[in-house]
Design a protein around this ligand. Structure first.
Ligand SMILES: Nc1ncnc2c1ncn2[C@@H]1O[C@H](COP(=O)(O)OP(=O)(O)OP(=O)(O)O)[C@@H](O)[C@H]1O
Length: 258
C-alpha cells in the first residue's frame, strides 16, 4: 500500500540574484508529523509558500495523495487537500470563533451561491450541519466555550488553536502549520504539543515549520533541515540532531540559531 501523502521533488525558487531554494524534496507519509527547520533565512517559509500555492516555483514536481497538483493558486491547493495556518495569524477578527471555522467548512460543501441567496431547505440543513461540525472542532481544539466570541478577543494561543480548527474543517489530506508555537508561553506550548499529538493520533498528517527545536524534536517523526536554500539533512530527529552539517549550520557564523 502506498501511504505517501505528499511527495515533492526538485523544488527551486529564485528571487532575483538569490537562490532561495535549490532542489528541495520531501516525502511525507500518512500519520506523520514532518518538521521543517533551519536557521533564519534558510528558505522554510519560501518552501511552505511554494507548496501551498503562494509562490510559483521555478521547478519541481508535486503529488498529493498520489495525484499530481500544480501549486499555482491558494484555492487550488486548498481544494487539492492542503490546509495551512500562517505565521502571522490570519483569522476574520470581527467574526465569531464558530463563524471562522464555518468558513473553512464551506470549502467542502455543496449548496453553493444559489442556495445561499435563496436560503433553500437544503441550504438551511447544510448550514445547521456545518455549525454543528464547527462546534465539534472548537471543542476538539479545546476552545468550544468561546464559540460565540469574536476571534480578535481570544488570547494569542487560542487564536492559534482556532486557526488549526479552521484548517481541520476543510478535511485536509495534509495540514501545514507555520510556526504554531510562535509567541506562545511554556504552558501554551505544552497544550499545543498535546493537540498536535492528538491530531496525528487521529490519523491526520502534519507538516510543521517551527523555530522551537525542542518542540520539533519531541514531536516530529521526520525532519528536514534547510540552510541557505539547500536541504542539508533529512531523517529522524535523533539522527538529524547528530548530523555535523546541522550542528554547523546552527552554530556557524552569520546565523542566529533559534
Ligand atoms: N518575496 C521575496 N522576495 C525576495 N526575497 C525573498 C522573498 N521571500 C523570501 N526571500 C528571501 O529568501 C530567503 C529565504 O527566506 P525564507 O523567509 O523562506 O526563510 P525562513 O527559513 O522562513 O526564515 P525565518 O526563519 O527567518 O522565517 C531569504 O534570504 C529571504 O530574504
Amino acid at each position: 500500500m502506498n501511504d505517501t501523502v505528499l511527495e515533492v521533488k526538485g523544488v527551486s525558487k529564485r528571487f532575483g540574484g538569490l537562490q532561495a531554494l535549490s532542489d528541495v524534496g520531501i516525502t511525507i507519509r500518512k500519520g506523520q508529523v514532518y518538521g521543517l527547520i533551519g536557521p533564519n533565512g534558510a528558505g522554510k517559509t519560501t518552501f511552505f509558500n511554494v507548496i501551498t500555492g503562494l509562490y510559483t516555483p521555478d521547478g519541481g514536481t508535486f503529488e498529493l495523495g498520489g495525484a499530481t497538483y500544480t501549486p499555482q493558486a491558494v484555492h487550488q491547493v486548498a481544494a487539492a487537500g492542503i490546509a495551512r495556518t500562517f505565521q502571522n495569524i490570519r483569522l476574520f477578527p470581527e467574526m465569531t470563533a464558530l463563524e471562522n471555522v464555518m468558513v473553512g467548512r464551506h470549502v467542502r460543501t455543496g449548496s453553493g451561491l444559489f442556495g445561499a441567496i435563496f436560503r433553500t431547505a437544503s441550504f438551511k440543513a447544510e448550514e445547521a450541519a456545518i455549525a454543528q461540525r464547527a462546534q465539534e472542532l472548537l471543542d476538539y481544539v479545546g476552545i468550544g466555550k468561546y464559540a460565540e466570541f469574536k476571534a480578535r478577543t481570544l488570547s494569542y494561543g487560542d487564536q492559534r488553536r482556532l486557526e488549526i480548527a479552521r484548517a481541520l474543517a476543510t478535511e485536509p489530506k495534509l495540514i501545514a502549520l507555520d510556526e504554531p508555537a510562535a509567541g506562545m508561553n511554556a504552558t501554551e506550548k505544552v497544550v499545543l504539543r498535546e493537540l498536535i499529538d492528538r491530531i496525528r493520533n487521529d490519523g491526520r498528517t502534519i507538516l510543521l515549520i517551527e523555530h522551537d527545536v525542542k518542540l520539533v524534536m519531541g514531536l516530529c517523526d521526520r525532519v528536514t533541515v534547510l540552510d541557505y536554500g539547500k536541504q542539508i539533512a533529512e531523517g529522524t530527529p535523533h539522527d538529524v540532531q547528530r548530523n555535523e552539517k546541522v550542528i554547523e549550520a546552527y552554530l556557524g557564523a552569520g546565523h542566529k540559531a533559534h
